[in-house]
Design a protein around this ligand. Structure first.
Ligand SMILES: Cc1cc2nc3c(=O)[nH]c(=O)nc-3n(C[C@H](O)[C@H](O)[C@H](O)COP(=O)(O)O)c2cc1C
Length: 189
């Protein structure tokens, strides 16, 4: 592969396609930084790309710890491993929260579109008591037709991508977005 022909998002789309059979290939780990400047990481589901075609979208609850962390520090990193093609993508970027309060039409439209695509089960969680609060066994009746204020979409705009390919010959391509362009370097794995 010639470096000039390489674009990380095309490689990621190819990995998503070739790993499609594995449901868990749509899960990745998202790392944030908390108020004590300590790392926090959790698994989330990839909900497709934003309209720019390269910013991964996830869903989250307004009341979750990650919301507070991203509000204070929008720098995040996600780590995605594709077991079938044996590739890892580490994507660093800037997270933007699309909440019920947004005044940006494109953000509201994206939030509504992602909500419509969710299963009943995924929607129901946004009507449960706050994540991380003491356990309550009796859950409220869910009226999942109405999009609740607890529901938010997080869009992650990448700035640095580290793509490690474990199949022979091993390769590692490091991409950085500088002056409105992606620049890629092949480095030792
Ligand atoms: C397979 C899997 C998928 C998950 N997907 C999501 C998700 O898409 N969004 C989300 O907020 N939490 C998701 N979770 C739960 C998170 O990992 C985490 O427990 C929760 O978001 C609370 O994290 P926080 O307190 O750091 O915000 C998922 C967990 C697993 C195991």
């Amino acid at each position: 592969m010639n470096n000039n022909e390489y674009l990380w998002v095309e490689a990621l789309n190819k990995a998503l396609k070739s790993n499609k059979k594995e449901a868990f290939s749509r899960y990745f780990q998202l790392a944030t930084v908390n108020a004590e400047r300590l790392p926090k990481v959790r698994t989330v589901v990839f909900r497709g790309m934003n309209n720019d075609g390269c910013s991964p979208l996830i869903i989250s609850d307004t009341r979750s710890a990650k919301t507070e962390q991203i509000t204070q520090c929008s720098s995040v990193e996600l780590c995605w491993y594709f077991p079938f093609s044996r590739e890892q993508f580490r994507i660093m970027g800037h997270a933007t929260i699309y909440s019920a309060d947004t005044t940006v039409d494109a953000q509201s439209a994206c939030r509504a579109r992602v909500w419509q695509q969710l299963s009943h089960q995924a929607k129901a969680q946004f009507f449960w008591p706050a994540p991380g609060s003491d356990r309550v066994d009796a859950l409220p009746e869910e009226q999942v037709d109405v999009m609740p204020n607890t529901f938010q979409v997080i869009s992650i705009r990448p700035s640095d991508v580290d793509h490690l390919i474990l199949s022979n010959p091993q390769r590692r391509l490091v991409s950085r977005f500088v002056e409105e362009q992606w620049h890629v370097n092949a480095v030792n794995p």
